[in-house]
Design a protein around this ligand. Structure first.
Ligand code: NDP
Length: 292
């Protein structure tokens, strides 16, 4: 039986509708909408598309969206001063700086500048520290959170005890994904470019998450029969988007698989909206009724 497709686009739309309802309910009581500030530095075309999509999603969720665009040659000092203004702005609940940044700006310094209470990307060390301590009261990075949401929806009997393999160990995807799977009681293996016998390791995975940025890197034989495959990769090949996984081949072995596009990508944006609503509720000491 070929794998069933996990329709991230539809699942994300459903989640965003729930967020919009919850946002309307809360804003009706407080008289102020949640506010998301998305900061873009420079004119990278892919980043411009991501920022536009986040702005659109924020408006659809009933939020105020503050698009803050700076030239590529802005100094690190000026960018930090602008971020501090957003930290102090009481209309802004969530701040996201679109990565990558130009080479003369340290992304570490920028991430550390964002008030952890407004860090809706979940990249601040305080929030990643909470995640690695098994706490859920910080902000969880949007892409791994979206992947976990898809996994929970797909594996109805629960994730506990599953062998999970994550390919990639970035701070944005691989590491937080592994921490989230561990918090769900999976037995987790993190792999990377120096891993030996990768295909043997992945062939034991009940859950396989790939985040390498290498098109069609994961082959059919690497996928265990019945595995659930989450493809995070977004790779542009001859003007088409491809994932990290050889989709056609993997479909022959997997039980469920995310497509690219239309899998993880839409979930990332939905989870950003969720984190913004969570930030707003925390700042205003309101109980958020929507758990994901
Ligand atoms: P990074 O480049 O930061 O990390 C890539 C990881 O893959 C590294 O840990 C690297 O290992 C590992 N890797 C590279 N080559 C191999 C190999 N041959 N074997 C095993 N591991 C390997 O990328 P990101 O984590 O930021 O992103 C990964 C992909 O996910 C990209 O395609 C990106 O576009 C996509 N992405 C998609 C999102 C979405 O919303 N769908 C959001 C964020 C990212 P090492 O550490 O040893 O170098």
């Amino acid at each position: 039986m070929p794998a069933e497709i996990i329709d991230g686009k539809a699942i994300a739309a459903e989640l965003r509708a729930k967020i919009a309802n919850e946002s309307a309910r809360i804003a009706g009581n407080t008289g102020r909408k949640p506010g998301l500030a998305v900061v873009l530095v420079g004119e990278d075309p892919a980043s411009q598309v991501y920022v536009r999509n986040k702005h659109k999603a924020a408006i659809e969720a009933g939020f105020n969206s503050f698009e803050t665009i700076f030239p590529a040659d802005i100094s690190e000092k000026s960018l930090i001063s602008e971020l501090n203004k957003l930290n102090d702005n009481s209309e802004v609940d969530g701040i996201l700086v679109q990565l990558p940044l130009p080479a003369h700006i340290s992304s570490d310094i920028v991430i550390n500048t964002i008030n952890p209470a407004k860090d809706v990307d979940g990249f601040h060390p305080l929030n990643s520290g909470k995640l690695f301590n098994g706490r859920r009261d910080g902000f969880l990075p949007c892409t791994p959170l979206g992947c976990l949401y898809l996994l929970k929806r797909t594996i109805s009997k629960g994730l506990a005890g599953k062998n999970a393999v994550v390919i990639g160990r970035s701070n944005i995807v691989g590491k937080p994904m592994a921490a989230l799977l561990l918090s769900e009681d999976c037995t987790v293996t993190i792999t990377h470019s120096k891993t030996r016998n990768l295909a043997e390791i992945t062939a034991n995975a009940d859950i396989l998450v790939s985040a390498t940025g290498k098109p069609e890197f994961v082959k059919k034989e690497w996928v265990k029969k019945g595995a659930v495959v989450i493809d995070v990769g977004i790779n542009r090949v001859e003007n088409k988007l491809k994932g990290d996984v050889d989709f056609k081949g993997a479909c022959e072995n997997a039980s469920f698989i995310t497509p690219v596009p239309g899998g993880v990508g839409p979930m990332t944006i939905a989870c950003l909206m969720y984190n913004t609503l969570k930030a707003y509720c925390k700042i205003n000491e309101i109980k958020l009724e929507l758990e994901i």
